[in-house]
Write a protein that binds this ligand. Structure first.
Ligand code: GUN
Ligand code: ZN
Length: 429
C-alpha cells in the first residue's frame, strides 16, 4: 500500500492539560503533517520535516482544517440505534418500555447485520474511530458487530450483555449459557485483528448471584479482556440492586465481592456514590464513565468529575447511545461542560479534547495504540472544520486562540464539523 501524507494543523496530547496554559501537555503544528503507511503513523511533525521523509507519498491537503486523533467512545449500546430519542421516562421504565423489546430483535442476523453496518457508519461520520459497545444478549449481535468492524479494520471493543433475570424471556441467558457464549465469543474474536472483547454483565438488577459468580470466573480466566457494567445511575435502580444483594455494603460492593474491580473495569454512569465506593474505585483502578447526554436525557443526575479525579480516579467519557442523544463526542463534551457547570466545575477545551482522544485511550489501556498522533500508533485520525455551519463560521471571525477554536467545536460542533475520518489510514467518506 502506498504512503499517504495528510497536511493540516495537527494537534495531539501527551497528558491531560492542567489548564489552557499547559503547553507541555500537547503538540500543535500550525503547518503540520502526518505520514501514514499500512494503517500506522510513520512520521509526524511540521510539514517540511514530514515531507522530507514522504518520498512519492500521496499528499492530501486538509488546510486550514485541524487534524487530531480519532475520537473514542467508552460506553455505547449498539442495539439501541433505533430507540435513541424515545420519550418520557427514567431509567427502569425506559429499559422495560423501549430498550428490552428493541434488543429482542437482535437475535436475528438479518436484523443485526445491517444495523451493525449503519451503527459503524454513524460512528465514523461523527469522528469516532473506536467504541466500547454492549451488544444484545444474543451471540449473533456480537458476530454482526465484530464482522462489520473487521470489514472496516476498526479497533472496536464489544461483548454480549449477560442478563439472566428481570427481563423478558427472549432476552435472558442463564449463568451457564452466558458463560459459555461469552467464552466462545472471546475465543473467536478477542485479539483478532483490531477486535477486543469486553465481558459485559448488564447490571446487578439483571444478573443473578450465580451469573455474577460466573462473570468473576470469566474475568479471572481472561484477565486481558475489559469488563463493563452499569453503576449507580438512578436512585430507583440503586434501591432495587441493593435489595437484590442484601449482604452487599453498597452498589459497588456487589461487583467488588465477585472480584470484578480492576483497571480493566468500566462502570457506566457512577453518579450517586458514597465515600467508600469512591475510595474503592480509587484503590482498584476501576474507571467510572461519564455519559452526560444520557444522564440529562433520563434525568439520572450529575456526574461529579472533580470528586472522582481528586480521589485519583481516571474517568472515561461516552455517548451511551441510545439513552445518550448524540453520536457526536463533540456534543457529548458540550453537555458534559454543562453538567459540570451546574456543579461549579469547568471543563476547559484542551482537557476536553484530550479526554475524547488520549484520555479515553488511557482509560482503555490502549494509549500506546490509539488516541494520539504519535509515530508508531494506529492511523485513526479525524479532520475538523470549525467553520462547518454559518453560526460556527460567524463565531470563528472573533476566535483568536487554539483553545477558543476547540471550545467552539466542543459547544457547536457535531457531524457537520467532521471533514474526514481515517480508520487505519483509510478515508471513510
Ligand atoms: N442500565 C442497564 N442497562 C442500561 C442501558 O441499556 N442504558 C442505560 N443508560 N443504563 C442501563
Ligand atoms: Zn449503558
Amino acid at each position: 500500500m502506498s504512503d499517504t501524507l495528510l497536511r493540516g494543523r495537527t494537534l495531539t496530547f501527551h497528558k491531560s492539560p492542567e489548564g489552557v496554559d499547559d503547553t507541555a501537555a500537547y503538540t500543535y503544528e500550525e503547518d503540520g503533517a502526518l505520514l501514514m503507511r499500512d494503517g500506522k503513523i510513520i512520521a509526524a511533525g511540521n510539514f517540511d520535516s514530514v515531507k522530507a521523509k514522504a518520498g512519492a507519498a500521496q499528499i492530501i491537503d486538509h488546510r486550514p482544517h485541524l487534524i487530531t486523533a480519532g475520537f473514542i467512545d467508552t460506553h455505547v449500546h449498539f442495539p439501541q440505534v433505533q430507540v435513541i430519542a424515545s420519550w418520557g421516562s427514567q431509567l427502569l421504565d425506559w429499559l422495560n418500555g423501549y430498550v428490552f423489546p428493541e434488543e429482542a430483535r437482535f437475535s436475528d442476523p438479518a436484523h443485526a447485520n445491517p444495523m451493525a453496518d449503519r451503527f459503524l457508519t454513524l460512528l465514523t461520520d461523527h469522528g469516532t474511530t473506536t467504541a466500547v459497545a454492549f451488544c444484545s444478549v444474543h451471540s449473533p449481535s456480537v458476530e454482526a458487530y465484530f464482522t462489520a468492524a473487521k470489514t472496516r479494520n476498526m479497533r472496536m471493543i464489544g461483548g454480549k450483555v449477560m442478563m439472566d433475570r428481570n427481563a423478558p424471556d427472549t432476552l435472558q441467558d442463564t449463568a451457564q449459557s452466558g458463560y459459555d457464549d461469552t467464552k466462545d465469543l472471546i475465543e473467536k474474536w478477542h485479539g483478532v485483528g483490531r477486535a477486543g472483547y469486553v465481558i459485559s454483565p448488564r447490571f446487578a438488577i439483571t444478573s443473578s448471584p450465580a451469573q455474577m459468580e460466573m462473570t468473576g470466573v470469566l474475568a479471572q480466566e481472561h484477565s486481558d479482556c475489559h469488563i463493563q457494567t452499569h453503576l449507580s445511575e438512578n436512585r430507583d435502580e440503586i434501591a432495587f440492586a441493593t435489595a437484590l444483594y442484601p449482604s452487599a455494603k453498597d452498589y459497588l460492593d456487589i461487583y467488588e465481592s465477585y472480584g470484578l474491580l480492576s483497571d480493566k473495569m468500566l462502570l457506566g454512569h457512577a453518579i450517586h456514590l458514597n465515600d467508600r465506593e469512591v475510595a474503592s474505585l480509587a484503590s482498584t483502578g476501576a474507571h467510572p464513565v461519564f455519559c452526560p447526554t444520557s444522564n440529562l436525557f433520563l434525568g439520572s443526575g450529575l456526574f461529579n468529575d472533580a470528586r472522582l479525579r481528586d480521589a485519583g480516579i481516571t474517568n472515561g467519557i461516552a455517548s451511551d447511545i441510545g439513552a445518550g442523544t448524540s453520536y457526536s463526542m463533540l456534543q457529548t463534551l458540550n453537555e458534559g461542560y454543562k453538567v459540570l457547570q451546574l456543579q461549579n466545575q469547568s471543563l476547559h477545551a484542551l482537557r476536553a479534547f484530550d479526554w475524547i482522544t488520549r484520555g479515553n485511550a488511557d482509560v482503555l489501556g490502549l494509549a500506546d495504540k490509539i488516541g494520539t498522533l504519535d509515530v508508531g500508533t494506529e492511523a485513526d485520525v479525524v479532520v475538523l472544520n470549525a467553520r462547518a455551519t454559518p453560526a460556527m463560521s460567524l463565531r470563528m471571525e472573533r476566535v483568536e486562540t487554539l483553545a477558543d477554536e476547540l471550545f467552539l467545536l466542543q459547544m457547536l460542533g457535531d457531524d457537520r464539523a467532521i471533514v474526514q475520518t481515517y480508520v487505519a489510514g483509510a478515508a471513510q467518506k
